[in-house]
Design a protein around this ligand. Structure first.
Ligand SMILES: [Cu+2]
Length: 487
């Protein structure tokens, strides 16, 4: 496909090689700076961006070919840029907890790494926002990255990148979204623990902790009806690369009259592609899905939540020769089941070691914010909760790995919230979810439902400090993190 046509189709701009690259130095430069982003006429937001735009430029990288990138910070705040889903060393991974050096305020940092593995990855800021909704992933500091395979065996006619993101955040009390979307039953013991904790905090006069809501919703930085439509022809197979770039939200997507054949999750091919009417995408998850265009018309590809769609979470799909107002119809209610995409009839190899982690919530325990614990400990350690904002870079590792061993994480959620769980610098394989054994679904983020449990396996094959956390910004910022080291 021609580059110009690719740009037109995706609505995304490719990163331009920098002046330095032309001088034989860096391959790319990413500039962190405040900018006005027009989401729709009359809806201009001022936020921090990569290169003055949202989403950040699509970086096309080659697996195994070293890349040099200059990170320029024009803001007054030290920054971290995290290469989500890539197996890179802690020195460039982009997390202060792993001791990656900051990109200094009004300064720059040059990094070099070998991209990989192949597939749909992304990059984003990794600083703590805490109670400041003008920082962290509440800003526009997110962009897609695609690590090109040597050759693409996918059968499709067009490729479209979609970045889902909300703007204008504010704090509220109480949950604002349906989160009961995963298959599987609650574990009674976890439910008892969570509800006892809730009763204790209510008895102590504590309300529910803060949640974050948003006013404006976008795909590729434009509200529904205000960007270029995705233009298709009847009979085409369109490969969508979809990223949930939200700081905190779970998203869903449907295209009336069409279905999604999921071929990849978090950029990794799934063993069993399966066709679903609705995609559920946790914070920081990616889905690669093929849609066969067999229903000519003008349609809304949008969030199944009517309010979020009405406030912009959607994009128009327009068949050649068709016009008129885009149509939406409500899709069937479905639940999301990762095991549908797994290999059948095989058992996971036994791990060398199993690590159990239980996640719990202390309701409104820190200035009205919920505090999150892993095995009873918030990521602030022995330090007081008051020290949390300062202590992020100095925590001791909670878990210890030996290179070459295979680990199983048994994750147990003693809260009613859904958590998108992320492991840095490693990929993991889902081995048990919603009570079912599965195999072959390789990810870097997985949604763990309220009062549910799951198991994932990984091989300790990338020495160095490794951060584990919930990708919900409000959860990770208030305790939901832990460090692994290699011993
Ligand atoms: Cu969480």
């Amino acid at each position: 496909m021609e580059r110009a046509e690719f740009l037109r189709l995706t609505g995304a701009a490719l990163a331009q090689p920098s002046a330095d690259a032309l001088a034989g130095r860096a391959d790319y430069t990413l500039r962190i700076a405040q900018a006005d982003v027009e989401l729709a006429p009359g809806h201009i937001v001022r936020t921090t961006t990569y290169d003055g735009r949202f989403p950040g430029p699509l970086l096309r990288l080659r697996a195994g070919r070293p890349v040099t990138i200059d990170l320029v910070n024009e803001t007054g705040v030290p920054e971290q840029l995290h290469w989500h889903g890539q197996l890179v060393p802690p020195s460039v991974d982009g997390a202060a907890e792993e001791r990656t050096p900051y990109i200094p305020a009004h300064g720059r940092r040059r990094i070099r790494f070998v991209p990989g593995p192949t597939g749909f990855r992304f990059y984003h800021t990794h600083v703590r926002a805490g109670s400041d909704l003008g920082k962290g992933q509440y800003t526009g500091l997110v962009g897609p990255a695609y690590v090109e395979p040597p050759e693409d065996a996918g059968r499709y006619d067009r490729e479209v990148f979609l970045v889902l993101k909300e703007f204008v955040p504010s704090f509220s009390h109480g949950g604002d979204m349906a989160q009961d979307i995963l298959t599987g039953r609650n574990v009674p013991e976890l439910e008892r623990r969570g509800e006892a904790a809730m009763r204790r905090s209510l008895a102590a006069g504590m309300p529910k902790g803060y949640e974050v809501g948003y006013r404006l919703f976008t795909i590729n930085g434009r509200m529904l009806g205000h960007g270029e439509p995705i233009r298709v022809r009847e009979g085409e197979r369109v490969l969508f690369h979809i990223l949930n770039a939200s700081a905190t939200e779970l998203r869903s997507l449907a295209l009336p009259g069409h279905a999604f054949t999921v071929v990849g999750l978090d950029g990794n091919r799934v063993p069993t592609p399966a066709t679903v009417p609705v995609l559920w995408i946790g914070t920081a998850e990616r889905v690669d899905a093929i849609v066969e265009m067999r229903k000519p018309g003008v349609w809304v590809l949008g969030d199944t939540d009517d309010g979020d769609r009405a406030h912009g979470m959607g994009i128009v799909v327009e068949y050649a020769g068709r016009s008129g107002a885009p149509r939406w119809t409500k899709p069937p209610d479905t639940r999301w089941d990762y095991a549908r995409f797994g290999a059948r009839g095989m058992a996971a190899r036994e791990p060398d070691e199993t690590i159990t982690m239980t996640f719990a919530k202390r309701n409104a325990a820190f200035h009205g914010f919920n505090v999150w614990t892993i095995n009873g400990q918030p990521y602030a350690g022995g330090a007081s909760l008051e020290a949390m904002p300062r202590s992020m870079d100095t925590m001791k590792p909670m878990f210890h790995l030996r290179e070459g061993r295979r680990y199983r994480l048994h994750l147990r959620n003693a809260s009613d919230d859904l958590h998108p769980i992320h492991l840095h610098r490693h990929l993991f394989e889902l081995t048990r979810i919603a009570g079912q054994r599965t195999l072959g679904v390789i990810k870097d983020v997985v949604m763990l439902g309220g009062y549910q449990e799951l198991e994932l396996d990984f091989v300790a094959n990338d020495p160095g400090l490794t951060l584990f956390h919930c990708h919900q910004q409000l959860h990770m910022d208030f305790g939901f993190m832990a460090l692994f080291d290699y011993v």
